[in-house]
Design a protein around this ligand. Structure first.
Ligand SMILES: O=C(O)CCC(=O)C(=O)O
Ligand SMILES: [Fe+2]
Length: 402
């Protein structure tokens, strides 16, 4: 049987557990897996109706908005706005074609009715308080989790991480709606045309993937997914890609699937690799079988691909035709000027010194080296800039030569 993930499901509102038990199990999950499911079976954190409304908004944003209107909101170096098909490459070392997805990033809202960026006309101004409130609720949940991580790692004070994530301070925090378009298998003639028009990705099979192998950049990420829309896989400690089910056992009847939480590189770096930032990717349904990998190389492939401008895409080759996939991620970052200094926790200190003794190898576990979690940086902003530059090469190069 194919392996599936063993990511724990935790109910942070469970009345039969003490706060310290919850904090400890959260921290252990973050240390062992880098991922944890947060059960969403109450209205305490993020009501299921808010999540449904956010996914309805995604449909308006991606399918109900013309490419011309989206382009007017194109993403800039402030990391806000729309990014089109293939414009982001999460695994630049291994992908020859950018990610098979669109995304819309929402930055902060100075007031619930004033976004800090252009929005397309399909997002009626009456909807901005909804987006702003969703963003606020996500941030509040992240603060709760960061506080619990502080408690679980016996950081003194336990609010150490949460304090640096004050939503009123400027940070790289982003609410990102994602859209992975349906795939239409093309005829051989259309495939040839697509290859000619495309960027050369057809040689020896390009690496079409919905989201290339990567680890997230910030502190913690919340991920919202829809039942029946698989594709997310994590790279385990034994270097195997395993699917991460949307609704793991026991959560099938919850009002919404659990919120998947994962540790980003910044928090991993900050804790000397104790909290784990785990490499993950989003594959096309037909290729979501688990596979061994000696690197983070993407294993899905198809000869060529092209976008037709109306929100669908063509792929020639073996890739399954599929329905669209939607997800929503909330990437929480500390205030930009936060210095990523030594964490006041014996547990973290012990881990750091043991690791220094071993020569700092293998932050993500045996065989999984993650340079972004190791490189020396001083502030949260520097960490983020380093990552954005690598994923949006074209955007940053254009900016520099302009
Ligand atoms: O869409 C997903 O399930 C995951 C997306 C993701 O990993 C990301 O945007 O960082
Ligand atoms: Fe991610």
């Amino acid at each position: 049987m194919a392996p599936t993930s063993t990511i724990p499901v935790i109910d942070i509102n469970a009345s039969h557990l003490s706060r310290s038990e919850i904090a400890r199990s959260l921290a252990e999950a973050a240390i062992e897996h880098g991922f944890v499911y947060i059960r969403n079976n109450s209205d305490i954190d993020i009501p299921a109706s808010d999540i449904d409304a956010a996914f309805d908004l995604s449909k308006k944003l991606f399918v109900g908005t013309s490419v011309e209107e989206k382009q007017k909101c194109a993403i800039g170096t402030n990391n806000r706005g729309w990014s089109g098909m293939h414009s982001e490459t999460l695994d630049p070392k291994n992908q020859r074609v950018g990610d098979f997805k669109e995304a819309f990033n929402f930055g902060p809202f100075p007031t619930p009715t004033t976004p800090s960026q252009s929005l397309p006309p399909t997002i009626h101004p009456a909807l901005t308080p909804q987006i702003s409130l969703f963003r606020t609720k996500c941030h509040t949940l992240c603060l709760r989790l960061l506080h619990l991580f502080g408690e679980g790692l016996e950081v003194s004070p336990p609010s150490y991480f949460a304090d640096s994530h004050d939503p009123a301070r400027e940070s790289g925090t982003i609410l990102r709606h994602l859209y992975y378009p349906p795939v239409i298998k093309s005829s051989p003639a259309a495939a040839a045309a697509a290859a000619a028009e495309n960027d050369g990705s057809s040689e020896e099979g390009g690496n079409d993937i919905r989201a290339g192998a990567h680890s997230d950049y910030g502190s913690v990420t919340l991920l919202f997914r829809l039942r029946g829309q698989p594709g997310l896989e994590v790279l385990t400690r034994s270097n195997e890609w395993v699917p991460v089910p949307v609704a793991p056992e026991g959560t099938e009847n919850d009002p919404s699937p659990p919120i998947l939480v994962n540790i980003g590189d910044l928090l991993s770096y900050w804790t000397g690799g104790l909290l784990r930032s785990t490499v993950h990717r989003v594959v096309f349904p037909s290729s979501s079988s688990s596979s061994s990998s000696s690197s983070t190389t993407t294993s899905t492939s198809s000869p060529s691909s092209a976008t037709n401008g109306n929100g669908t895409a063509t792929v020639a080759g073996e890739t399954d035709t599929s329905s669209p996939r939607y997800s929503i991620a909330f990437f929480c970052h500390p205030a930009g000027d936060t210095e990523l200094g030594a964490v006041p926790s014996e547990r973290v200190k012990k881990h750091v010194s043991a690791r220094e003794g071993r020569g700092k190898a293998e932050v993500g576990g045996p065989g999984v080296k993650n340079p972004y979690a190791e490189r020396r940086v001083v502030t949260a902003d520097e960490h983020l800039q380093m990552r954005l530059r690598a994923s949006y090469l074209a955007l940053y190069n254009a900016d520099e030569t302009a």
